[in-house]
Design a protein around this ligand. Structure first.
Ligand SMILES: [Zn+2]
Ligand SMILES: [Zn+2]
Length: 252
């Protein structure tokens, strides 16, 4: 048993160092050269970027050219605005599932590279003081072994020369997986789930929340709400992926 554990341990280290360097992280095709994004050209082409027709508030892709999606029109968002790199479908979905449920922690550096690439254009004119990840509950963190949002956040922050800090906001309630719930249930599920542990770190600061994926935005909005309550000046959200806005979710 002990031997197996040691083998697993070294296997993981080797995977971190080597495996992802020359194979596409999604389809496993051999890469001609090391890719900053870990993807072969075919998979990269399938990654749908979020650029035009986005909701100016939550940053999600919309079917029409309206300034704001219905959810943002009808509900209070506690963040200034949110932006993301890719649509949560196909390749982007596989990447998120890989890091979240497949234990592929090393995906974080590739995801962070997308954030780095988009940061300047998405947050032009915004001065961020502090980068924080969406926290996991203690139990979830133990089960998964790491918080994927923190893994992405710290790599992104160091690349763009920002300060990232874990543990500023903590999750005090072990909520159900948001993806399994409807809009209204999500809101109730997430209520009182977060707490600012270090209010002195956020007071009068502009905070950037990092996450792997944004679905309806209720989690980020709730974190923004507690940050603002702790006197944060402004709160922004930046995620690797976000779901396409769908008309059937206006209950959020
Ligand atoms: Zn591929
Ligand atoms: Zn919106």
């Amino acid at each position: 048993m002990q031997k197996r554990k040691i083998k697993d341990f070294f296997g993981k280290i080797l995977a971190e160092i080597f495996v992802d360097k020359y194979n596409c992280i999604v389809c496993d095709a051999e890469l001609q050269e090391r890719s900053k994004y870990g993807l072969c050209p075919q998979c990269k082409a399938k990654l749908d970027f979020v650029d035009k027709n986005i909701c100016k508030k939550c940053g999600r892709l919309q079917l029409n050219e309206a300034d704001y999606c219905l959810t943002c029109q009808e509900h209070k968002r506690h963040f200034e605005f949110a932006r993301s790199c890719a649509v949560y479908e196909d390749v982007a979905k596989e990447i998120v599932r890989g890091i979240k449920f497949g234990g592929k922690k090393y995906f974080a550096k590739y995801m962070a590279n997308y954030l780095v690439e988009k940061y300047q254009s998405a947050f032009d004119g915004v001065n961020i003081d502090l980068v924080v990840p969406v926290p996991l509950s203690k139990k979830k963190k133990v089960d998964r072994g790491f918080n994927q949002s923190w893994e992405i956040a710290k790599r992104f922050a160091s690349a763009v020369d920002l300060t990232a800090c874990d543990g500023v906001v903590v999750k005090i309630k072990d909520t159900q997986e948001q993806a399994k719930l409807g809009g209204k249930e999500r809101e109730e599920n997430i209520l009182k789930a977060f707490e600012v542990k270090r209010p002195e770190a956020v007071e009068n600061k502009s905070i950037l929340i990092i996450d792997d994926v944004m679905t309806t935005g209720s989690t980020s909005s709730e974190i923004a709400r507690v940050l603002k309550k702790a006197k944060a000046k402004e709160v922004y959200v930046f995620t690797f992926a976000s779901t396409r806005y769908r008309v059937e979710e206006p209950t959020e």
